[in-house]
Design a protein around this ligand. Sequence first.
Ligand SMILES: Nc1ncnc2c1ncn2[C@@H]1O[C@H](COP(=O)(O)OP(=O)(O)OP(=O)(O)O)[C@@H](O)[C@H]1O
Ligand SMILES: [Mg+2]
Length: 363
Amino acid sequence: MALTETQVIDALRLVQDPELGKDVVTLGMIKELKVQDGQVALTLELTTPACPVREEFEETVRQTVTQIPGVTSVNLNVTAQVRGRLASGETLLPGVRNVVAIASGKGGVGKSTVSVNLAIALRKLGATVGLMDADIYGPNVPLMMGVEGGQPDTIDGKLIPLENYGVKLMSMGFFIPEGQAVVWRGPMIHGAIQQMLRDVEWGELDYLLIDLPPGTGDASLSLAQLVPMTGCVIVLTPSEVALQDGAKSIAMFNKLNVPILGMVENMSYLLHPDLKEPLDVFGRGASRKVATKYSIEFLGEIPLDPAVRIGGDDGVPVVTGTPEGLPAKAFTQIAQRLAGKISVENLNRNETIPINMFAAPKG
Ligand SMILES: Nc1ncnc2c1ncn2[C@@H]1O[C@H](COP(=O)(O)OP(=O)(O)OP(=O)(O)O)[C@@H](O)[C@H]1O
Ligand SMILES: [Mg+2]
């Protein structure tokens, strides 16, 4: 009897997405399936190009199809389509699939550093990415992304983001003359954040990361009111004060009903060329304990390393400047885990995902 598409689908119903915990057919990940004379062609559409388990997953699907009796060849194409919570037309950001804020209770723990490196890492993994600097008090993104002094153009009344390392960028820093301070009042902060969302031509993005100012302040509140966020990432250093302030951020985002996607421990430990073992400066691992206590996913540790600071100061973040170094690898792994967690979060929210098994290719 000739091999049928139904046989292939039935076999694939036994393949679970390792992260999403459901089978690839139910998740609508199998596209453009063709079966002819034992030859099978199909597309596996991942929920993010930054999928942390891409290779194993691809191999499992290939093996599963290969082992169906009657299959003579398998042509497996792997693509990715990031899913999001923002339905077009309902929001200030119609083309943006996921808005993710990077937050901390305490200042100076590395939010901006984490934001720029995660943005570039996600881009390098194949996603479309924007980065909005919501730190109106001390906007550092222009410097760290190497676009200081840049001026966004306006087309048809919309601001065009600057771009570097493939990441679209917007910051209040582009509008404040260097060395000048602006005294912000609450309503002005709300207005500034609204403008950076509404009046900027962000276009289609898989992920828009937002670098927040420190603390539990107005910017976070405005953001939560203005856009449906997929969630936030909390950056901690393992010192006791940072942990206490981290607990406050957790409480605030819970109050605002913003899911906490994960926690990152920055300046976790120091690698010194003269030392055999990593040096524990602040209390490595303390953030992981906080994450466990609050049932928050721990996304990873970033070492304290002068290369990280130099990369930021020079406008060439380590993920792009020294990609072979340990900090860059740590950031990349965190970006993959975050992308995976975003997929899970979106799946949990939209329990039913349309299964358009034989949908025509896009574009
Ligand atoms: N892992 C690291 N190793 C070395 N230096 C780091 C590391 N992470 C951040 N830094 C440096 O620490 C300083 C503070 O980092 P950053 O500006 O990213 O923190 P922040 O949380 O955004 O601060 P703020 O609260 O002021 O916005 C910067 O000079 C940065 O380069
Ligand atoms: Mg900052």
